[in-house]
Write a protein that binds this ligand. Structure first.
Ligand SMILES: Nc1nc2c(ncn2[C@@H]2O[C@H](COP(=O)(O)OP(=O)(O)O)[C@@H](O)[C@H]2O)c(=O)[nH]1
Ligand SMILES: [Mg+2]
Length: 220
C-alpha cells in the first residue's frame, strides 16, 4: 500500500530504478535529476555499500498539492546491481510504489538482464508486494551501442507482457524522461485505485504527471 497518511493528508511515493549491474540505473537517475527544474528536486544523495553506491533524491521536496489539499512527495532510488548486494536491494524495494527496470540492450547482457528480472520478481514477493500489481516500465538502455538486440527482437519477447517497453540511451539523456513519464502514469492508476486520487482528491492523471514533471522539462 502507498505511504498515505490520511490524517495529515500526505502521500509519499517511492520509485526505484532496478536492474543488473552497469545497465545504466545511476545514469538514468542523474540524467533525470539534471533535466528537472531546480525547484522540483532535492540534492542527490549517496548511501555507500561495499563496491557500489545506492543513489537517491527527493523529487518535489516541497511536494505538489492536489485540489483536495493532499500533499504528494516523491522519493527516487537506485539499487546496487551486483549479486552480492541482495539485502540492500530488498531494503530499497520495500514499500516501493513503482519500478523502472533498466535492462542493458547489448546482446551479451541478455542473461544478466534475465537474472536480474527474476531477482526483482523474487524480491518484490519477499518484501510482501504483489509483482503482478506493481507499476513497472521496462527500459532497454544503451541503444547507442553496437551489437544490441533489435527493437523487433525485444518486442517479440516483451510485447506479450503487461508492462510498457521503452528504449533509451540514458548516457545521452534520450528516453529518460519518457520512461519515467510512463511509470508515473502506471503509478497514478495504482494509487488512484488505492486511495481515489480522482474521486477523493480531484486529481487526474494528466495533472499528476504534469505536476510531478513540471512544465519546463522534456527538452531532450
Ligand atoms: N553507451 C552507453 N553507455 C551507458 C548508457 N547508460 C549508461 N552507460 C554507461 O554504463 C556504465 C554503467 O552505468 P551506471 O549508470 O553506473 O550503471 P548502474 O550500475 O546500473 O548504475 C557507465 O560507464 C555509463 O556511462 C547508455 O545509454 N549508452
Ligand atoms: Mg549504479
Amino acid at each position: 500500500m502507498a505511504d498515505f497518511d490520511e490524517d495529515a493528508n500526505r502521500l509519499v511515493i517511492k520509485l526505484v530504478f532496478y536492474g543488473p549491474a552497469l545497465s545504466g540505473k545511476t545514469t538514468n537517475l542523474t540524467r533525470l535529476h539534471d533535466l528537472l527544474q531546480p525547484e522540483l528536486k532535492g540534492e542527490m544523495m549517496v548511501l555507500e555499500t561495499k563496491n557500489d553506491r545506492t543513489l537517491f533524491f527527493d523529487m518535489l521536496p516541497l511536494g505538489i498539492t492536489a485540489p483536495s489539499g493532499l500533499l504528494i512527495k516523491l522519493k527516487l532510488f537506485t539499487v546496487p546491481g551486483q549479486v552480492a548486494h541482495d539485502s540492500t536491494r530488498k531494503a530499497v524495494l520495500s514499500r516501493t510504489d513503482g519500478v523502472v527496470f533498466v535492462a542493458d540492450s547489448q546482446r551479451n547482457q541478455s542473461i544478466n538482464n534475465a537474472e536480474s528480472f527474476e531477482n526483482l520478481a523474487d524480491n518484490v514477493n519477499r518484501v510482501g508486494l504483489d509483482f503482478e500489481a506493481l507499476p513497472m516500465v521496462v527500459q532497454f538502455n544503451k541503444r547507442d551501442l553496437p551489437d544490441v538486440l533489435t527493437e523487433s527482437e525485444i518486442m517479440a519477447r516483451w510485447s506479450k507482457m503487461p508492462w510498457p517497453v521503452m528504449f533509451a540511451s540514458a548516457l545521452e539523456g534520450q528516453g529518460v524522461i519518457e520512461s519515467f513519464r510512463e511509470l508515473l502514469k502506471a503509478v497514478y492508476q495504482s494509487i488512484d485505485s488505492q486511495i481515489g486520487l480522482q474521486k477523493s482528491h480531484s486529481l487526474n492523471k494528466e495533472q499528476f504527471v504534469l505536476g510531478v514533471l513540471g512544465e519546463g522539462v522534456g527538452h531532450e
